[in-house]
Design a protein around this ligand. Sequence first.
Ligand code: KG4
Length: 334
Amino acid sequence: MLILSVESSCDETAVALVEDGRKVLADEIFSQVALHSLYGGVVPEIAARSHLEVVTLLADRALETAGRTRADIDAVACTYAPGLIGAVLVGVNFAKSAALALGVPLIPVHHIRGHIAANYLAYPALEPPFLCLAISGGNTMLVDVRGYTDMSVLGRTRDDAAGECFDKSARIMGLGYPGGKPLDDLSRQGDDRTYDLPRPAVHGDNPYDMSFSGLKTAVVNIVHHAEQTGQAPDRPGLAASLCRAVSETLVGRTMDAAAALGYENIAVAGGVAANSRIRADFEAACRREGRTLFVPPLRLCGDNAAMIGAQGYYEYLAGHTAGSDLNAYATMAL
Ligand code: KG4
C-alpha cells in the first residue's frame, strides 16, 4: 500500500511516499529555519504561509524521486494534531484535496504517534509492545506503546518540553534558534560538573511526570548573574551541565518505568532524541540493565513526513480514516 504523507505541524514542510508503513520511497523536507531565525523563534503566520507555498512542489518532487505517478497513490495521510494551528491546517487541507482528487482514503495521524513510528522505519523488525520516550520541541512524554494504535501516556512534563528547555536556554546563551543542536555541539567541549543544576522534583502521585521550567530558569539566572557581575559564564560548561541534567531526568524516568512495567524494549523519538548526551546515556543505561534500545537516526528524529506515512499505514489497518470534514487541532490527547 503506497501512502502519500504530509507533515506541517511546525516549521518543516514535509511530504513522503511510504510503502506498507516501513519502506520509504521518497522523503522531501523543506526547513523554514532561515525564515524564522531572524525572529528567534517560529512565527506562526510565516510558518503557515511558507507551508502553503511549498507543499505542492514537495509532493510533485516526492513522486519524481520515487519514480511513481499520482495513480500509484493508495491513500493520503497527514498530521492533524497537535501543532501550530495555522500550520497544521495547511497540511490537512492539502491532504484532503489530494485524497478527494485521487479518490483514495484520508488518514489523520497524531504528530507524536508519527514520531514514535519513526522507529519502525529505522528498525524494520521492531513491533509493539515497547516503552517510548517522545521528546520534541513542544512535547515530552513517556508512552506505553501496547500496539500500533493502542498507547497511553505514563508520564509527561508538567511545564516546558525538554526541547523548549534546550531552545530557551540556548537563546539566553546567544546560540540562536533552534538552539538544541548548537547547545549539544558546545556541550562536547565542556565539563558537565561545572554547574550544579537542579533535578526537578515533581510532586504528586505520578512517578513518571517531569518538569523542565526550573532548569531553564536556573540557566537564565546563571547567565544573568554572570552578566551583572561582569563575568563571562563558562558556556561550554553550562551547556554540558544542562545536557547532563536533562538527560539524567529523562533517562532516569524511562528506566524506572521500564523496570516497573517489565519492558525489555525501549524506544526514543522526536527532535531531542538527536541529542548526543541523551543518546549516549540511554545506550549506557540499557546496556547496564540488559534492555534493548531503539533510537532513530538523526534524519528521522526531527519532523519529517516519512514517520507520518509509517504511522498512517497502521492507522489505516485499524480503520482510522477520516472524511472531508476532518479538522486540524492545536492540542490532542495521544
Ligand atoms: O521533533 P522536532 O523536530 O519538532 C517538534 O515536533 O517539536 O523537535 C525540535 C526540537 C527543538 O527543540 C530542537 O532544539 C531540538 O528538537 N533538537 C535538539 C537537538 N537537535 C534538535 N535538542 C538537543 N540536542 C540536539 N542535538
